[in-house]
Design a protein around this ligand. Structure first.
Ligand code: AMP
Ligand code: GLY
Length: 427
């Protein structure tokens, strides 16, 4: 089977790495890919916004499955246009992608189906939004309705901070993603990421993970796309997974089906595990980055077979098996990220070192025999071990061998799980 993967991040490198192991794979292409993906796939410079060009490429190269990594092309209907042209796709339609692309749509769906989530209000005018915030007080959460590359959310500690965030959104900071504002109750608890595959008929829960969004140790500094992750997330016990399926995932999938837009692809639920149980913070309609890197390390089954089965509506739970091991990924980013940073610094010491530690590339570029930093998040050092601590030790030992002066990383990835592991040992 010839496969095209759309995207250029650590997530797409992990997808390529897992798919490259499949005996069913013919030729693997990635558009646009990165310096690490080049060793697994033919990287092609296709504009994902030009659907006609993508369709033509697929026809010329007999592509039998397109895997769309990021949310923007999904929300933009790339999946719909490919399917229309008879090309199988892993990833939802634009209608399905609204679960991520419009927070207002997602919240209304929750309200209509009694899905536990933070209470909320939607506004397309500034004054009533501000009045609502003054009425409810802080802490409170302000969100731009549309896709804002993870930057559209402000968890406001004070009313003033919330009012400033509302002003910025209506002043156009996020373009048309900010035509509407969603204001939410502040939820208290532990966050977890939960992944479910759906082919429109069958839903299969995948693994759980936890990511670290803040840039610096001790969860300090600005929010990022994710500075590291581990899997499984201990807070997601079997009973908690069962509750999440019954209370959140199944009613969502049923509502999408009833609306005539069954969800096909991966549904990533950002959860807050509160004293009252799981509550939905947000949906994403794609794999998480860097969560995908840890899932890929733990997956025992053939990923290509699973993604193809999803796209052909023949998914079944027995297709998905996991290693019992834990996995962790530590992101190395260019100094300055998530603010301004320089590109082009030289990275050494990142050669392959076996199956227990894998270095996935995100923002890298190959220049002859050397690898140069070419983005904010640059590498994801990913390891598997009998415990989160064992995996963590392997990942950090590998990082110590990397020669990249312009890079930084967090030293405390996995701390919550490791604390739990230690508490259990001492019991
Ligand atoms: P989102 O982009 O919606 O995932 O939000 C980014 C981050 O903001 C989440 O991972 C949470 O840490 C935080 N957040 C979002 N909504 C809420 C909420 N209602 N209560 C508490 N924290 C939230
Ligand atoms: N790591 C968070 C995300 O992929 O949205």
């Amino acid at each position: 089977m010839n496969v095209l993967i759309i995207g250029s991040g650590g997530r797409e490198h992990a997808l390529c790495w897992a798919i490259a192991k499949s005996p069913s794979l013919g030729k693997l292409f990635c558009a646009p890919g990165n310096g690490g993906i080049e060793s697994l796939a033919e990287c092609v410079s296709l504009d994902a916004g030009n659907h006609r060009a993508v369709v033509d490429f697929c026809k010329e190269n007999q592509i039998q499955l397109v895997v769309i990594g990021p949310e923007d092309p999904l929300a933009d209907g790339l999946g719909d246009d490919l399917r229309q042209a008879g090309i199988p796709v892993f990833g939802p339609s634009a209608a399905g992608a609204r679960l991520e692309a419009s927070k207002g749509f997602m919240k209304d769906l929750c309200a209509a189906n009694n899905i536990p989530t933070a209470s909320y209000a939607r506004f397309n005018q500034q004054a009533p939004a501000e009045a609502w915030v003054r009425d409810h007080g802080a802490p409170i959460v302000v969100k731009a309705d549309g896709l804002a590359a993870g930057k559209g959310v402000t968890v406001a500690e004070t009313v003033d901070e919330a009012i400033t965030a509302i002003g910025e959104i209506f002043d156009g900071r996020f373009g048309k993603a900010g035509n509407e504002v969603v204001i939410e109750e502040f939820l208290v608890g532990e966050e977890a990421s939960f992944f479910v595959l759906s082919d429109g008929k069958t839903a299969v829960p995948l693994a759980t993970a936890q990511d670290h969004k803040r840039a610096f140790d001790n969860d300090e500094g600005p929010n990022t796309g994710g500075m590291g992750a581990y899997s499984p997330a201990p807070v997601m016990t079997e009973p908690m997974i069962a509750r999440t399926m019954i209370e959140i995932i199944n009613p969502t999938l049923a509502a999408m089906k009833a609306a005539g837009t069954p969800f096909e692809g991966i549904l990533y639920a950002g959860l807050m595990i509160t004293d009252e149980g799981p509550k939905l913070i947000e949906y994403n309609v794609r794999f998480g980055d860097p969560e995908c890197q840890v899932l890929a390390m733990r997956l025992k089954s053939d990923l290509l077979e699973i993604l193809a089965a999803t796209s052909e509506n023949r998914l079944s739970p027995d297709m998905v098996e996991w290693h019992d091991d834990a996995a962790i990924t530590v992101v190395m980013a260019t100094k300055g990220y998530p603010g301004a940073y320089e590109k082009g610094s030289h990275i050494g010491g990142i050669e392959d070192t076996g199956d227990d530690v894998v270095i996935f590339h995100a923002g890298t570029k190959r220049d002859g025999d050397t690898i140069l930093a070419n983005g904010g998040r640059v590498l994801a050092i990913t390891a598997r071990g009998k415990s989160v601590r064992a995996a963590r030790d392997l990942a950090y030992a590998r990082i110590a061998e990397i020669d990249w002066r312009q890079g930084f990383y967090r030293n405390d990835i996995g701390w919550r799980a490791i604390q739990r592991e230690e508490a259990e040992q001492n019991d």
